[in-house]
Design a protein around this ligand. Sequence first.
Ligand code: ADE
Length: 231
Amino acid sequence: MEFHVITLFPEMLSALDAGLIGRAQKRGVITVRAHNLRDHGLGNYRQVDDAPYGGGSGMVMRPEPLATAMDEVMARHPGLLRILMTPQGELLDQPLARELGGHQPGLLLVAGRYEGFDERVRSMVDREISIGDYVLSGGELAAMVVIEAVARLVPGVLGNPESLAEESFGTGGVLEYPQYTRPEEFRGMRVPEVLLGGDHAKIRAWREIEARRRTERRRPGLIRSRGKPAT
Ligand code: ADE
């Protein structure tokens, strides 16, 4: 799967060269490419923004550099889903990450800076996505969050695909059950006895109850909206 990002700060994307996503890139399972919006800037100063019509503070991203940057990427990589990163977009969650993961050949994420985009940019994309109800000074981190959430669902990226089903939001839209590893006792806190016993039916039942209890306590809205506990 391909991930393309249009940005004024392509170097920020190098954070994705580390860890799981970096290894998946090296193995050729996914590709991540940054495209410098400045290359499409206007005039001698390669301008990409301007003052808002009607007045007001801050600068607005002009549509032409974004349009030519997007046209160029789309001409070379046809079929990408065009996504504008903006706090006004639909909220990213695990079902949306899954949906995006099914889009071939991949995604073109547009990261902005400044106060926002000229409204006409919205007509050039397929979707608008927000990673949360807060404002970042640029869309790069948001684009990287989308890439990280989607890429790990691509077959072959994770070493052990079973862990996908078990993690939070994995199957039933609930949080993951509590996990323990060695030592059996740490600073007076013991691993629950049931996990040490090797009775897999009992362990499964305990995990189901704990996942549900944890979700009810921390994120009751998840249970109300989706219902079933993880299995
Ligand atoms: N750009 C600025 N803030 C953002 C957010 N919360 N989500 C996506 N893109 C953004």
